[in-house]
Design a protein around this ligand. Structure first.
Ligand SMILES: C[S@@+](CC[C@H](N)C(=O)[O-])C[C@H]1O[C@@H](n2cnc3c(N)ncnc32)[C@H](O)[C@@H]1O
Length: 354
């Protein structure tokens, strides 16, 4: 049963949410509209535990529009009408009408879907972390991504990276990732990373990229203004389609201990998660952390994460500036690595002001 407390919490979430939609004027304009729309907030109380409400809701609306629903709301979406998109400031009443008309469809999506946004550029963060790991452990490593969605980061070694005026990765790569490096000194040599001995994803719902609806859901989770991210996603998903990675279905809490036992004993493993722990219900996070730690029982574990600073790990207070951080087998404390934009449009050392 819905409680008034849940609705109040969702209202506060949407009041605060514009701050997270840094590159989406449309979503920034619509967050306060949703915050005031009690019937939509009620709909969102039916989402699966832990799921971030604004990402899920806007994903559901976008999914229906991308699927061909004819409604005037589409005129506000650059992903649908390009540069001629209407002024976001006018979109509020149109969204309210959309939510009334498509309540059943939205409710179905909100109850069943997960926030699975696969942000290809986050491979830049993983690539940097692999360089750090390589400085301590030169040999091949087993790569595990927890919350891998479609698994695009598992091919971190196959992509090309344009970071400021530095270039890394194979020249003939299918996917090229560009991010701004904000450091004064150049980046280290990100070609000097350990070989990947095996690659495995873990996800509550591994994405079947052969299924048009699942691919559309991933596309819908990309904010409507971010056409560059959508194009990158499409190219990276084609790579996943050509060579499907091994993604184990299930909750990391249950899957990780067995996965750790399956990896060759004594060999180093890198476990990465990005924007995943934040969707784990608060009461399950300690179990999530323990499950990742368990992968270290069979060999040296380098645990790397890109999560909002609001997600400290293993009780260690992380540096609030470091969205990219890790801990390793030889230090039992959080090692802050970099300041990064959530979508890796930029990265830099901890002392920069973006
Ligand atoms: C927001 S997406 C991020 C995907 C990818 N890490 C990225 O950064 O592009 C979070 C993913 O974590 C998965 N997930 C959430 N909780 C999980 C859990 N307890 N165990 C396994 N996967 C989980 C979701 O299904 C989803 O695919």
């Amino acid at each position: 049963m819905t409680t008034a407390g849940e609705i109040d919490e969702l209202e506060r979430h949407f009041v605060a949410a514009p701050g997270t939609f840094t590159t989406s004027p449309l979503y920034r304009a619509l967050c306060p509209v949703v915050a005031q729309d009690r019937s939509t907030l009620e709909l969102l109380t039916g989402r699966r535990p832990g799921q971030q409400a604004s990402y899920l809701f806007f994903g559901a609306v976008h999914y229906l529009l991308l699927g061909g629903v004819r409604h005037p709301l589409r005129e506000f979406y650059p992903s649908l009408v390009g540069a001629s998109a209407a002024d976001p400031a006018e979109a509020g009443p149109v969204l309210r009408d959309f939510c009334r008309r498509y309540r059943a469809e939205l409710g179905q999506l909100v109850r069943t879907r997960l926030v699975q946004t696969n942000v290809v550029r986050r491979a830049v963060a993983l690539r940097y972390a692999l360089w750090v790991v390589g400085q301590r452990c030169p040999g091949p490593v087993h790569l595990v991504e927890v919350g891998s969605s479609a698994g695009v980061h598992l091919y971190v070694d196959r992509y090309r990276y344009l970071l400021g005026d530095q270039v890394f990765g194979p020249a003939d790569a299918r996917v090229t990732l560009d991010s701004r490096w904000l450091g004064r000194a150049p980046l280290p040599d990100l070609d000097d990373v350990p070989e990947i001995a095996s690659r495995t994803g873990v996800d509550l719902n591994p994405v079947d990229v052969t299924d048009e609806r699942e691919r559309r859901w991933l596309r819908a989770l990309v904010w409507p203004e971010n056409q560059d991210a959508a194009t990158l996603l499409d190219t990276a998903l084609d790579g996943v389609l050509a060579e499907p990675p091994d993604v184990v279905a299930g909750d990391a809490v249950e899957v990780c201990p067995e996965l750790g036992r399956r990896l060759p004993a004594g060999e180093p493993r890198v476990v990465f998660h990005a924007a995943t722990r934040m969707h784990v219900p608060a009461a399950r996070r300690a179990a999530f952390d323990r499950a990742i730690d368990s992968i270290g029982a069979g060999g040296p574990l380098y645990h790397v994460w890109q999560e909002p600073p609001s997600a400290p790990h293993r009780g260690h207070g992380a540096d609030p500036r470091a969205e990219l951080a890790m801990h390793g087998p030889d230090v039992d404390q959080v090692v802050p690595l970099l300041r990064v934009d959530g979508h890796l449009r930029w990265l830099g050392p901890l002392d920069i002001t973006p």
